[in-house]
Design a protein around this ligand. Structure first.
Ligand code: ZN
Length: 420
């Protein structure tokens, strides 16, 4: 039998044996160590095959704006917010579209075919939201984009954002958000969470709240979100990003919150790159690491995801869309460097992400599933996290979207001699 496409010599994570994948009509129909042939054949050279990565938290409206006239001299969140207020006023539909499309290409090259992007809805015209919605439609055949309607300036302290959240859902946003720790008072923070849940419940949207992104043990909104998710039975559709304050909670209160989060069945997304850059700024030494309790949440079987978050914005100047950089940083900061923990860190951008994203029945390298496959030119997880390469192949429904040849140094005899 000849298959439409065969990917030769791949391996699964932490497995030594090589096998070949036969694809027909965009589906995986065979996985075997026997030699098989296809009309099209791609050589994976022993690289690791994974389902596409899931990026659960990025921003496509702010992306790729740092540099040039937008320089954050102090590197702080406060200066980032000030700079963004100025830049935001100049946003145009074309400007957002152009940068977002560039960013999506970066994400795809690094194996991300599912991305959840926050878009600020403070603008009365919703210009950025409309641009990202059109981009989502344009690229729907190669990448799944979910959009979070994100009220950067709050819901209670910026009341017009409540109507805009609803308008955003009508326009096509998948998730609604709140930023309770930025509201003026604790009480308003709770109200903003309630408003967010009410809208999501009414329209069947995802809830994706940016919560407790402060180094303050008194920032305790995660318990409120978990409690609402339990009482409304919405846990599977609820995600919380950041939850940095949990690092500052007492161990006994943290244990209570973690068990509540587990009971609620909500997802916690940590963004180690920007979290460790932005948090701890008020600390003397020793400085906080800035991340939530990834290790303890994972040990309690909470669905934890890792995300890259900002890419070259006034808030975070680095990044090229490579989510493995975030996993690498997370493994360091969370002390998740153990043998099995390293694999669990990769789960946080694959199957845990798939659960939070709501991918139900076709995710994973298995016979019968859609042939959505990425191949990384590495032998194992340590290699993957150390080298953080772009994908050798990124495949969607059996079609290759992009391939990147691994870089190869060329050693010259004379230079070798001069080194010795
Ligand atoms: Zn973010």
């Amino acid at each position: 039998m000849v298959y439409e496409t065969v990917i030769k010599n791949v391996r699964l994570l932490e497995q030594s044996s090589l096998f070949h994948i036969g694809i027909i009509n965009g589906k995986i129909v065979r996985m075997t160590e026997d030699i098989i042939h296809g009309e099209i054949e791609w050589e994976a050279g022993g690289g690791i095959a994974l389902p596409p990565f899931v990026e659960m938290h990025t921003h496509l409206d702010t992306v790729l704006t740092s540099g040039k006239d937008l320089k954050n001299l102090s590197g702080t969140l406060m200066e980032g917010i000030e700079l963004w207020q100025e830049r935001k006023a100049k946003l145009t539909y074309e400007d957002v579209l152009e940068r977002a499309e560039k960013a999506i290409k970066l994400l795809i090259q690094h194996g991300i075919l599912y991305v959840r992007a926050a878009v600020d809805i403070s603008d009365p015209e919703l210009t950025a939201l409309k641009a990202i919605i059109s981009l989502r439609a344009k690229l729907q055949h190669i990448i799944d984009i979910q959009i979070i309607a994100f009220p950067q300036e709050g819901i209670i302290s910026s009341p017009k954002n409540k109507d805009r959240l609803v308008e955003a859902v009508h326009l096509g946003a998948d998730a609604v958000s709140a930023v309770p720790h930025l509201e003026h008072t604790r009480e308003n923070g709770i109200k903003s969470i309630q408003e967010c849940f009410t809208i999501a419940e009414h329209y069947g949207s995802f809830v994706h709240i940016f919560s407790d992104e402060v180094d303050d043990e008194h920032s305790r909104f995660l318990e409120v979100i978990a409690d609402l998710a339990i009482s409304k039975g919405m846990g599977e559709r609820v995600t919380v990003s950041h939850a940095n304050a949990m690092a500052y909670y007492s161990d006994s209160y943290a244990a209570k919150v973690i068990s509540l989060v587990k009971k609620a069945d909500i997802t916690v997304v940590s963004c180690p790159l920007i979290n460790c850059t932005m948090q701890g700024r008020f600390d003397s030494y020793p400085k906080g690491r800035g991340i939530t309790r990834i290790k303890e949440l994972n040990e309690a079987n909470v669905n934890v995801c890792i995300a890259h978050d900002d890419i070259q914005t006034p808030f975070y100047p680095f990044g090229n869309g490579n989510i493995l950089q975030a996993v690498h940083m997370g493994a360091h900061l969370a002390h998740m460097s153990g043998e099995t923990e390293r694999v669990e860190m990769v789960n946080m951008i694959t199957k845990n992400g798939a659960k939070a994203f709501g991918i139900k029945d076709h995710y994973g390298i298995e016979v019968g599933n859609r042939a959505n496959i990425i191949i990384l030119p590495v032998d194992n997880v340590v290699d993957m996290l150390s080298k953080q390469p772009a994908c050798r192949y990124v495949i969607r429904d059996g079609q290759i979207i992009v391939e990147t040849k691994p870089s190869e140094p060329t050693w010259h005899k004379d230079s070798l001699i001069s080194l010795t």
